[in-house]
Write a protein of this length. Structure first.
Length: 559
């Protein structure tokens, strides 16, 4: 084995006479003897030119590699897949998004195991690349970190900041004949002004928040916007930091603990983050062999005030948070409130409590409220159960005023059928929209329903219509929307037997989602129910549908 500090794994690839063939092939692409004597560091890149979220990651990778090389390591870059949720939303292509999380994690694991890297930096951008990257990191348990490419800048339209959320909601406004073709086109032209991931506290920025609170990303690195002048230096510093982790043999499972996960949940709750954090944190906890239940989210959110006034429920975007003092300011507030496990470690070597003490609040900022003046006294996520969701469902309470809703079911067996009904004006105030067979197995792939939810809001029904689905929601969704209903319809969950006109109760205060039908009637309907034929018979979609677990367990695919 090599005596070079940190070169504990890759020596099996590079050292000794028997490895001459491997060295010969590596020299063919430019690695010389000196490079091969150093610790070998994988740089997992999720670059793609399909959409803005990951488009700039090639440039960041160059800086990461420069930092690795300067610190005494040899970087080896490789790529994996990425699906743009914003582009595929509302189409069959969206079924691939959650499935890509598993492919991303698996592919990073395969390349890292195959090449016996001594450490790894994972560059992420759009939604599923982030949890997929963290899952791979924890699964591999070699020294490593995750670096987020950063948020997109907001667009400017009619004198105000806009994001992709505004474009999705404008579709509903346009369908309601309250916006012209020309206005819609003008908005779409400016909403996404360049590289970076979605600008509000949508899923990408929510999961970036999770990474920093878990401790697997250097605090303050992820929050630097994609096109900020400081971002290249942040990337170089991440590469340098990785070599320190390698030499000290700091492993991800030493950092990702139950306390770190509770810190992440608190940050999601205090910033009004995406419901997708529930699904992804369950999956990350699964990889780390940590017991995490839906009730943990409810427990932490219930004690955590909503402090950050961020879109989609609030008024500010991610770049505003950065200017206000960054996520460090949110962490400082959590510490002040006694809601932070301060001893949890981070990849920088600091505890999260020490990180909180470094926060610098911009004078006069209005993005993050003081603990004494929260937006709401409890956080943004609640878990509902009842005869319609025996295994639970997730509601984001940030961004709507309703706490209770009772109305007749309007039942649809696909997202497309629902969207058509909304566009045609067939959804009325007071309705409860039910979208089923969109779960992890039934979709397959658990599509996000942003096209539908945004159209409902855009049509002026956001405070008078409730929606539930065994699918997911985008981080940009707002309104009384219950996702991840479990068991899902394809597994014979009660959502499968709801009929048009059945009365459904949402009761957030008492954590109830209830179908107003007798137990005997539910049992009789379930006895008559038959599972539909799988939508895919072969390929990755069929494989996923056969292997995937319930959303209540994170929709993971381990066997």
């Amino acid at each position: 084995m090599s005596e070079i500090p940190g070169k504990t794994r890759s020596s099996a690839i590079t050292d000794g006479p028997s490895r001459a063939p491997a060295r010969s092939m590596l020299k063919a692409v430019g690695f010389d003897d000196e490079a091969l004597r150093r610790p070998i560091i994988g740089v997992a890149n999720t670059w793609t030119e399909i959409g803005p979220c990951n488009y700039h990651l090639r440039d960041l990778a160059k800086e990461v590699k420069a930092g690795i090389h300067a610190a005494g390591g040899t970087p080896m870059e490789f790529n994996t897949v990425s699906i743009s949720d914003g582009i595929t939303m509302g189409t069959e292509g969206m079924k691939t998004s959650l499935i890509s999380r598993e492919v991303i994690a698996d592919s990073i694991e395969l390349v890292a195991r195959g090449n016996l890297f001594d450490g790894i930096v994972i560059l992420v951008g759009c939604d599923k690349t982030i949890p997929g990257g963290v899952m791979a990191l924890v699964r591999l348990n070699i020294p490593g970190l995750v670096l987020y490419g950063g948020s997109i800048a907001p667009g400017q339209w009619n004198g105000k900041d806009v994001t992709i959320q505004d474009v999705f909601e404008a579709v509903g406004t346009h369908a309601a004949h309250q916006m012209t073709d020309e206005q819609l086109c003008a908005l779409e032209d400016v909403a996404c002004p360049g590289p970076g991931a979605c600008g509000g506290q949508f899923t990408a920025n929510t999961m970036s928040t999770v990474c920093e609170l878990l401790g697997v990303s250097p605090m303050a690195a992820n929050g630097v916007p994609a096109m900020a002048a400081e971002k290249p230096n942040v990337a170089k510093q991440a590469g340098e930091l990785l070599l320190d982790l390698v030499r000290r043999d700091v492993r991800p499972r030493q950092i990702v603990t139950k306390q770190a996960i509770e810190n992440a949940i608190a940050a999601v709750a205090s910033t009004g983050g995406s419901t997708n954090a529930v699904l992804h944190l369950l999956a990350i906890a699964h990889e780390a062999d940590i017991d995490l239940q839906l009730e943990d989210f409810d427990r932490v959110s219930e004690r955590t005030p909503l402090l950050a006034d961020l879109k989609p429920g609030g008024q500010f975007v991610a770049t505003d948070l950065y200017r206000a003092g960054g996520l460090e300011l949110v962490v400082k507030r959590l510490k002040e409130a006694g809601l932070l496990h301060t001893e949890a470690m981070t990849v920088t070597g600091q505890t999260i409590g020490e990180v909180a003490d470094t926060a610098q609040e911009t004078a006069g900022q209005q993005v993050v409220r003081p603990v004494s003046d929260p937006i709401t006294p409890t956080g943004g996520l609640v878990i509902l159960r009842g005869n319609l969701a025996p295994d639970g469902c997730v509601v984001k309470v940030a961004g709507h005023a309703l706490a209770e809703h009772r109305g007749p079911a309007r039942v649809f067996d696909s997202e497309e059928a629902t969207f058509e009904a909304v566009e045609a004006g067939r959804i009325q105030a007071g309705d409860v929209v039910v979208i089923r067979y969109e779960g992890p197995q039934g979709g397959p792939g658990m599509r996000e329903m942003l096209a539908v939810t945004a159209a409902i809001v855009g049509a002026g029904l956001g405070e008078s219509v409730a929606l539930l689905t065994d699918g997911r929601f985008s981080g940009a969704t707002r309104g009384m929307m219950a996702g991840h209903v479990a068991p899902e319809a394809a597994r014979g969950g009660p959502i499968a037997i709801v009929r048009d006109g059945d009365m459904i109760l949402f009761d957030e205060k008492n954590r109830v989602l209830q179908l107003d039908v007798s137990d005997d009637e539910i049992a009789a309907r379930l006895a008559e129910w038959r599972a539909p034929e799988p939508r895919f018979k072969r390929g990755v979609m069929a494989k996923y549908a056969r292997l995937v677990s319930s959303a209540a367990q994170g929709a993971v695919t381990t066997v």
